[in-house]
Design a binder for this molecule. Structure first.
Ligand SMILES: Cc1ncc(COP(=O)(O)O)c(C=O)c1O
Length: 471
């Protein structure tokens, strides 16, 4: 397989890591562009032999940048280019170079499109594009949303149609026979999804937590018993591994002991905390995870891989196809089902999200990921120490992972966050702990240093001063 290693290795090793990566990327991109017209994806069509030829395996120890770029070159050489004139296979193809540049540039900002506070001007851009598209559609008074593909846009439309026809469906669900249990500090998506898929939001039970924010197994057992008496079936127990505000980890093994005999599906929402599995020092937080039926794990959180990169892992094969497989003879024409992920995905068209994770893993190895996770934990511990030692600040609790919750003494938290955002000095959010709003510092960026932490705390105290005086 041709890899053009010289082009990839041409970059200087004396510049900053980002410069080195950019130069290697440009060299690799130029090589790919020069060769892409020839063949859509190389000559090897036997997946077994291709897997043997490619340097795919991920290892405990990482490789140098040169080595990783050579490996990426090999994989990309065996990846079809939909911009090749020979690629007339799908409903996409060709390329708008400017769109690619914009995608790449926006990735360096790596923001999430849920709030203006997080995404800034990108929200205005989205609004502008939607309004232009609404105009073309003849919907001047309409609204819209971006979706990860047309399949999910169709799904959302079906949901909207259902809720217009029968508004009670979102809360009551179609059958009203099932119950789903998650801690009262679980992520809001669970409730939203219960409405979405037809269980009804009322199916979601908010199980009380203990002082550390972990679901209380005794309450869980009692709630299941009470629901059984009402004729409801416990469909699913969701353990949260890394709760959104406090970074708390439910005791998965204790919840499994209750869920299993009930025949309930045990899911671990490790969107935040799944990456802890990579750290020998911290993976005990997910003890019992192998008893679960499924795990959500977001590499776009603690692993720092740009949005979006999010995975659902299943303990047994077959469940994905059981729920998601459909026939489509215009699409699934070649290769066995095993090699066609479209049989097992929510979307039809789907972005390449794994390559960036794979490439970073090649470089860091398991050991590099563990160091990253451990640095995040160490930062959170240090931040908590600094807060605790500061007479103006109050640490709410010792951090359970990388989220540090605290208050400025005598200062209301919500206006403080608002003020910091308005000033443009820093972005920090708040969440509710023990019934009151507290600041949440998330130590997810391992590049933060102690002096950054001190500067953050100083900025917070400076913004709090006038608010404290006014109280
Ligand atoms: C515990 C938990 N689950 C799920 C999610 C949702 O993840 P995403 O933002 O990737 O949809 C989050 C996001 O913060 C989370 O904290």
């Amino acid at each position: 397989m041709s890899t053009e290693p010289t082009a990839c290795a041409a970059a200087s090793t004396r510049s900053s890591p980002i410069d080195q990566i950019l130069r290697r990327s440009e060299a690799l991109l130029r090589t790919l562009l020069e060769t892409e017209a020839a063949l859509p994806g190389g000559t090897q069509r036997d997946p077994q032999r291709l897997a043997e030829q490619l340097p795919l395996s991920l290892a405990e120890h990482g490789h140098s940048l040169d080595e990783v770029f050579e490996r990426m070159a090999c994989v990309l050489a065996a990846t079809p280019s939909s911009a090749s004139w020979r690629f007339v296979n799908q409903l996409f193809g060709g390329r708008e170079p400017l769109a690619l540049a914009a995608e790449t540039l926006a990735l360096w900002r790596n923001v999430s499109m849920y709030t203006f506070k997080a995404a800034g001007a990108q929200v205005l851009v989205e609004n502008e594009v939607l309004s232009r598209m609404l105009g073309h559609a003849g919907f001047p008074a309409g609204e819209g949303m971006f979706t990860p593909g047309g399949s999910l846009a169709n799904m959302a439309a079906m949901l909207l149609a259902r809720d217009r026809a029968d508004p009670s469906q979102r809360d009551q669900g179609a059958s009203g026979r099932f119950a789903v249990y998650a801690s009262e500090e679980a992520h809001y998506s669970l409730k939203k999804n219960a409405g979405f898929i037809g269980l009804g939001r009322r199916a979601l039970r908010a199980v009380p937590v203990d002082r550390q924010g972990r679901m209380d197994p005794l309450h869980l057992a009692e709630m299941i018993k009470a629901d059984r008496q009402q004729g409801l079936r416990p469909l699913m127990v969701v353990a949260t591994a890394g709760s959104t505000v406090r970074g708390a980890f439910d005791a998965i093994d204790e919840l499994a002991a209750i869920a299993r005999p009930e025949g309930a599906w045990l899911h671990v929402d490790a969107a935040l905390g799944g990456s802890v599995l990579l750290s020998p020092a911290q993976r005990h937080l997910l003890q019992g995870v192998k008893l679960a039926d499924s795990i959500s794990w977001n590499p776009h959180k603690m692993m720092g891989v740009p949005l979006q990169c999010s995975v659902l892992l299943l303990a047994q094969r077959g469940a994905l196809a059981r729920s998601l497989d459909e026939c489509a003879d215009y699409l699934f024409q070649a290769d066995e089902d095993r090699l066609n992920p479209g049989h097992r995905s929510l979307q039809c068209g789907r972005r390449v999200d794994a390559f960036k994770l794979w490439a970073t893993w090649q470089h860091l190895g398991d050991v590099g990921w563990a160091e990253r996770v451990d640095r995040q934990f160490a930062l959170a511990t240090r931040a908590a120490e600094l807060i605790d030692a500061d007479p103006e600040l109050a640490l709410v609790e010792a951090p359970m992972s990388i989220n540090v919750c605290f208050e400025v003494k005598g200062c209301p938290t919500e206006p403080l966050c608002e003020r910091l955002d308005q000033q443009g000095s820093l972005k920090i959010g708040y969440g509710s702990v023990f019934g009151r709003p507290v600041l949440r510092l998330v130590c997810v960026n391992p590049e933060l240093t102690e002096s950054h932490l001190l500067a953050l705390l100083e900025a917070i105290k400076a913004a709090a001063a006038p608010l404290r005086a006014a109280c």
